[in-house]
Design a protein around this ligand. Structure first.
Ligand SMILES: Nc1ncnc2c1ncn2[C@@H]1O[C@H](COP(=O)(O)OP(=O)(O)OP(=O)(O)O)[C@@H](O)[C@H]1O
Length: 280
């Protein structure tokens, strides 16, 4: 499998250049995720979709979600809302985020309640204008909500009531956000039915399964029945870090290798993103 080259993330740049582009990107442009088995670029169109990422610890979830967040950081038409129970994965992007939440359940709930209020306003606008989805120029900016890690907030920290409220809020944002210009990325290293019930999983247009311990965990991310048809993330070799099965709405899972942004590249992107956002 081909290795990642920074200039593939931002193809306008010459080889060897830093991965930070000169002008702002748009969240309405496809986001580079990595390469497929033939070495072809894999891009995802995030608006009107959500992405669920699951797999064993250390398999490559944070790197994958980081690629999307890095792209979004450079897009001056989207606000970032980052909730990171582990703090360190998304912290580098905090300077360009509208909200950054670490391991703080109360703040996570407040931010999600605000997002739910925003959703209500957006749907009111849609109802008034007789349309079905928010489009650019509507006066509502796109938002990207990134949650790492779902299980941390739904079973590990907080009271049972807080965990339940977190689950309900996330479900609502994922379900209604799609048409309202609010995109969700959710990651979990515990692909089990209690963390990702089918009803939640099915709201994600994109599903990305990194190495899983069992066929049923793989199916929890990709969708019921894929393992029995030979598409299972159990088959991903333990040493194949960053290799996952990506399933886009209605399609077959395909094997991809995500791009890897090194820490210094992330820092460059964030510095550039901060500049572009100030200038916008
Ligand atoms: N696409 C990739 N190319 C090369 N190495 C990778 C790639 N993706 C991940 N890795 C390596 O694997 C390590 C773990 O990746 P990552 O932090 O994304 O895993 P994770 O699934 O989020 O783990 P956890 O669940 O423990 O947070 C990275 O630090 C990196 O060294």
């Amino acid at each position: 499998m081909s290795s990642f080259k920074p200039n593939q993330v931002f193809p306008r740049l010459a080889p060897g250049a830093t991965p930070a582009p000169k002008s702002a990107l748009s969240i309405y442009n496809p986001t580079y995720l990595g390469l497929d088995t033939r070495g072809k670029p894999v891009r995802v169109g995030m608006p009107y979709r959500n992405i669920l990422i699951g797999g064993e610890p250390g398999a490559g979830k944070s790197v994958a979600q980081g690629n999307i967040v890095a792209h979004a950081a450079l897009c001056t038409d989207v606000d970032l809302i980052l909730i990171d129970g582990k703090i360190v994965e998304l912290l580098p992007y905090a300077p360009v985020a509208e909200e950054f939440v670490g391991n703080d359940m109360r703040k996570a709930l407040r931010v999600l309640r605000d997002l739910q209020g925003d959703l209500d306003e957006r749907y009111l606008h849609l109802a008034r204008t007789g349309r079905k989805k928010i489009v650019p120029g509507d006066g509502f900016r796109a938002k990207l909500l990134c949650i790492d890690e779902l299980a941390y907030f739904t079973v590990t920290v907080g009271t049972k009531d807080q965990q339940e409220e977190f689950r309900i809020l996330v479900r609502d944002v994922v379900a209604r956000g799609r048409a309202a210009g609010i995109i969700t990325i959710a990651s979990t290293q515990r692909p089990s039915a209690d963390i990702v019930p089918t009803s939640l999983r099915d709201l994600f247009g994109y599903r990305l399964a990194f190495r899983c311990a069992t066929d049923s965990s793989s199916d929890i991310i990709l969708g019921t029945g894929w393992a029995s048809q030979g598409h299972t993330a159990v088959d991903i070799e333990p040493e194949a870090l960053g290799v996952g099965l990506l399933r886009a709405e209605g399609g077959f899972p395909r094997r991809i290798k995500t791009a890897l942004l090194e820490d210094e590249q992330i820092n460059q992107i964030v510095r550039r993103a901060a500049h572009l956002r100030r200038a916008a």
